[in-house]
Design a protein around this ligand. Structure first.
Ligand code: NAG
Ligand code: NAG
Length: 372
């Protein structure tokens, strides 16, 4: 027996090519199969894969979401927009320019135009000017040149329903975290024959797949979801349509809300958080509004936003954590783990939107308290 064990150890430590020493990030991809799918973990901050594992693969694609699930994300996150013909798709920008090959499609050249989006004029190819069939002819590309572009030109845009099915077909329970994106803009540019609004279509899609339980109810734990939005009006409307937990996103201090035209100071006042807590279970602030950066790329003193939210029973899920040096404040010594350590253990947040869910997962696995 000893010889056999030693032989096995020799093989394992020989790091022969093709022999995986251990899974990339622990049990990220699996746990139990079938009816006994491993549940959503609820003992530590949620690992929210921002637009999928978009640090590695083009954002909001099936490939990016599958990678995030393999890497151990608790939730896969998506921005939901409406097409010209009323379908809901996963896409972040209002225009297709930065993350698809639309510019290489001469048949669409005439579609480029300028529209007002949240207090600014934006020029480009708008998602809302394309039918779903037309969007399906495009291919996604990596947004930033400093990230891996070898997957450009491969993955199509996916629908909200395709996104939901990726989570439901995972080998463990994986939550979804879809955003009602620019609802005022969607309702202005897309109309549905039945007179329903974007928010109605969004919630109806979740209900079709059995989402709708209260936060932490058995129904919710079977199909976890957070619905997020920057738009207070859309959140209040959605709260009347579903029991699914809602999260109020908070933009940078200079940005006013799209629908209610409120300032950062107004929406982060105690009075306003008291009002919003009737509708939402948490806030999702841009992380610089929780801990402002200094001019020399260090961290200033944290604001009281997390304390104010926690005092009201609201969770805090800041965005966005990114591994690259250019996004890391110098306090963190160019170490993304140091950044996670600070936000999880010093600031005490309840979830983190990350472009690199594998790194957050590894940090959480390697710092987890031993259970025995
Ligand atoms: C957008 O452009 C139009 C036409 O030039 C102009 O009337 C409008 O004020 C602009 N909006 C913003 C927010 O700059
Ligand atoms: C939004 O509010 C600001 C500050 O009160 C105001 O200057 C601006 O005109 C408002 N914009 C709209 C479109 O109401």
């Amino acid at each position: 027996m000893v010889a056999a064990v030693l032989a096995a150890v020799a093989v394992a430590s020989g790091s022969a090519r093709g022999v995986a020493a251990r899974p990339l990030v622990g049990e990220g991809g699996g746990g139990a199969w079938g009816d006994d799918r491993a549940p959503l973990q609820a003992s530590r901050a949620f690992n929210i894969a921002h637009r999928g594992s978009n640090g590695e693969l083009p954002e909001e694609t099936a490939a990016a979401y599958a990678r995030a699930i393999d890497e151990g994300a608790d939730f896969i996150e998506a921005d939901i927009e409406a097409t010209k013909d009323g379908h809901l798709v996963c896409f972040h920008d209002t225009t297709l320019d930065a993350t698809t090959d639309v510019a290489d499609h001469p048949e669409f050249a005439g579609r480029r135009r300028t529209l007002e989006v949240q207090w600014a004029n934006v020029t480009g190819y708008f998602v809302t000017d394309f039918t779903l069939a037309e969007l399906k002819t495009l291919r996604a590309k990596q947004r930033w040149n400093f990230r891996d572009k070898s997957h450009d030109g491969i993955s199509p845009i996916i629908t909200f329903e395709e996104f939901i099915n990726i989570a439901l077909n995972a080998k463990r329970v994986v939550g979804i975290y879809p955003e009602m994106k620019n609802p005022a803009f969607m309702n202005k540019h897309v109309q549905w024959a039945d007179g329903k609004k974007y928010e109605d279509k969004f919630i109806a899609t979740l209900k079709k797949y059995g989402y709708g339980g209260r936060y932490m109810s058995p129904e919710w734990r079977a199909k976890p979801v957070f619905v997020q939005s920057f738009a207070p009006t859309a959140l209040v409307r959605a709260s009347g349509l579903t029991d699914s937990p809602l999260v109020f996103l908070i933009d940078d201090v200079t940005v006013r809300t799209e629908d209610t035209n409120q300032s950062y100071d107004e929406i982060t006042s105690g009075e306003y958080l008291d009002y919003m807590k009737k509708y939402v279970v948490g806030i999702g602030p841009w992380k610089d509004t929780v801990v402002p950066p200094t001019k020399d790329n260090r961290l200033a003193t944290p604001t009281d936003l997390v304390a104010m939210a926690h005092a009201r029973g609201l969770q805090v899920h800041p965005y966005t954590y990114r591994n690259e040096n250019k996004f890391l404040h110098f306090n963190f010594r160019q170490d993304p783990y140091a950044e996670y350590d600070y936000w999880i253990n010093d600031v005490g947040v309840d979830g983190l939107f990350t472009d690199f869910p594998a790194s957050l997962r590894r940090f959480q696995e390697w710092t987890a308290k031993k259970k025995d």
